[in-house]
Design a protein around this ligand. Structure first.
Ligand code: A2P
Length: 265
């Protein structure tokens, strides 16, 4: 048992760390036990954290990176050396405890989108987390002919989690077979040379994204878009979509696209 687990073991809402994977110096993912009573929709987020200095829990919003049917909860996080939560969270080990508030919410859910042909999930950095959930959601494949995940990062090492997600998806006993025919991952870097480069906004505007994938340009009649990245990215994509006639959806009023900020920074 490490120091972190001793501190939180007695706290209500503590879930056990089952595994931790460090992707590079700045990114890691971990899996927690799932409270039996906890229900959520794929794509939603929850508050998770550790006890703070004063004993009060230090909580942050994290998208759940596993689908609703998974027995465990997966999360994907950056490591900020002086970040109040992630400086500690990055040190968790199997057997430790992490607080999970079992109240989920969010707009990156299939219910907030109108029926369509293609589901686009556009992300930068850790914004891929809600899509890690949705790409293993059976409804994604029941409702759409194609499910396209884009992830843009500065450096190649930041794309490693996405590579692993795709590998796990293809081997998934529940959705793997359907995903093999429908899922596409399109990853780009902006500050390190790689196979594909460029900001997703530029790739949409130039049409290169569609040429590369052999798919038609974004059309509000057929395409549904989910966006999860930095504030700047979100606003830029919103502008691109609205110029093409897309309207924003919400839980109460489904639309042609939905948007959520990638939280922890
Ligand atoms: P860039 O390297 O050109 O800034 P960050 O780490 O700053 O959150 O950025 C993650 C990725 O998202 C980077 O590849 C970055 O590209 C890209 N990005 C940041 N802001 C935007 C934006 N407004 N539109 C498109 N891509 C963006």
């Amino acid at each position: 048992m490490t120091a972190a687990s001793k501190e939180v073991a007695q706290l209500p809402g503590g879930q056990t760390v089952l595994s931790v994977k460090h992707w590079d110096d700045h990114l890691f993912s971990f899996r927690l036990s799932r409270p039996a009573s906890f229900r959520f929709r794929s794509g939603e987020f929850v508050m998770i954290g550790l006890p703070g200095e004063n004993g009060k829990p230090l909580l942050r919003a994290y998208s759940i990176a596993s689908p609703f049917w998974d027995e465990e909860l997966e999360f994907y996080s950056i490591k900020v050396q002086d970040g109040p939560l992630t400086s500690k969270l990055q040190k968790i080990q199997p057997g430790d405890q992490v607080i999970v508030k079992i109240k989920s919410t969010g707009t990156l859910v299939i219910d907030a989108l109108l029926p369509g042909k293609r589901l686009w999930m556009l992300s930068t950095g850790t914004g891929v987390a809600p899509f890690a959930s949705l790409m293993r959601e059976p409804e994604s494949y029941e409702k759409f002919d194609r499910v396209i995940l884009t992830q843009t990062c500065r450096m190649k090492s930041e794309l490693a989690y996405g590579v692993d997600l795709e590998k796990r998806l293809m081997e998934d006993p529940l959705v793997g077979e359907e995903a093999q025919g429908k899922f596409i991952r399109y990853a780009t870097t902006t500050r390190e040379q790689s196979e594909r480069m460029g900001r997703i906004t530029d790739l949409i505007n130039s049409g290169k994204l569609f040429d590369d994938l052999g798919l038609p340009e974004l059309d509000p009649e057929f395409d549904r878009v989910m966006i999860c990245g930095s504030m700047g990215l979100n606003m830029d994509i919103k502008e691109i979509l609205e110029a093409r006639g897309f309207t924003e959806g919400a839980n109460s009023r489904p639309g042609e696209y939905v948007i959520e900020r990638a939280f922890v920074d």
